[in-house]
Write a protein that binds this ligand. Structure first.
Ligand code: PEP
Length: 253
């Protein structure tokens, strides 16, 4: 069955010293996590710290973004091959903050996803609706468009190499969490959409929930049939909270 994945998205937080502390804190407690997979996504400059601290552990790490280009004259961008070079396993693509603040569209995100897969990384594709879109009854339309950005360019097989994260924008960093039933409904819809193209891919693709997941709601969310773990923002910045969510993932494996 699908191994739960608990991935931390640190966003643009911390310093070198704080990254070191947090990584060591997670490493110290990770021994008790045996079934769920753990991953952390620090800011680019601290990937080398992750590479150093996490060497020889079961904790994977990754980046929060990647260039859609292979390499060359793209000032300020970081290629998938460079992330691979630093030992990254994962990369988040299409986070709502990048859609909102960096103008990323579904075709751009589809290309980032394809670059990640081509370079042996596992992309975590973020999808999710705003509150306004939900209230207008457009949730399924919006998340379908987000998934189609990958399907149109790379086909359904691309999801054998990636992970989807359903992150309702209204739940990110707000302290408001989707109810387990609300989240499960969208997760089941996403899986059915993949299943329409391939039952096998749908059965194996992991779909994470993200949006104010915390130690006290993780168990119930991850316990839903189509929720295969979490993408964790705020709560991934405290080792104790992040590890508590990892234990909820372990209990649901
Ligand atoms: C995120 O940004 O991916 C996220 C889920 O954030 P938070 O957990 O803080 O809502």
């Amino acid at each position: 069955m699908r191994q739960p994945l608990i991935a931390g998205n640190w966003k643009m937080n911390g310093s070198k010293a704080e990254a070191l502390d947090l990584l060591n804190g997670i490493k110290a407690g990770a021994g008790e996590i045996s079934k769920a997979e753990i991953a952390v996504c620090p800011p680019f400059p601290y990937l080398y710290v992750a590479e150093d601290v996490l060497r020889g552990t079961q904790i994977a790490y990754g980046a929060q973004d990647v260039s859609r280009e292979l390499g060359g004259a793209f000032t300020g961008q970081v290629s998938a091959a460079m992330l691979k070079d630093f030992g990254c396993k994962y990369v988040i693509v299409g986070h709502s903050e990048r859609r909102q603040f960096n103008g990323e569209t579904d075709p751009i995100i589809g290309r980032k996803y394809a670059q990640a897969v081509a370079n042996g990384l596992v992309p975590i594709l973020c999808v999710g609706e705003t509150l306004e879109e939900r209230e207008l009854g457009k949730t399924e339309e919006v998340v379908s468009a987000h998934v189609d950005g990958v399907l149109n360019l790379s086909g359904v097989e691309a999801f054998t190499h990636g992970v989807i994260a359903y992150e309702p924008v209204w739940a990110i960093g707000t302290g408001v969490t989707a109810t387990p039933a609300q989240a499960q409904e969208v997760h089941a819809f996403l899986r059915s959409r993949i299943a329409a193209k391939s039952q096998d891919v749908a059965a194996q693709v992991r779909i994470l929930y993200g949006g104010s997941m915390k130690p006290d709601n993780a168990m119930e969310l991850i316990g839903q049939a189509d929720i295969d773990g979490g993408l964790i923002g705020g709560a991934s910045l405290k080792a104790a909270d992040f590890l508590a969510i990892c234990r909820a993932g372990d209990a649901n494996a």
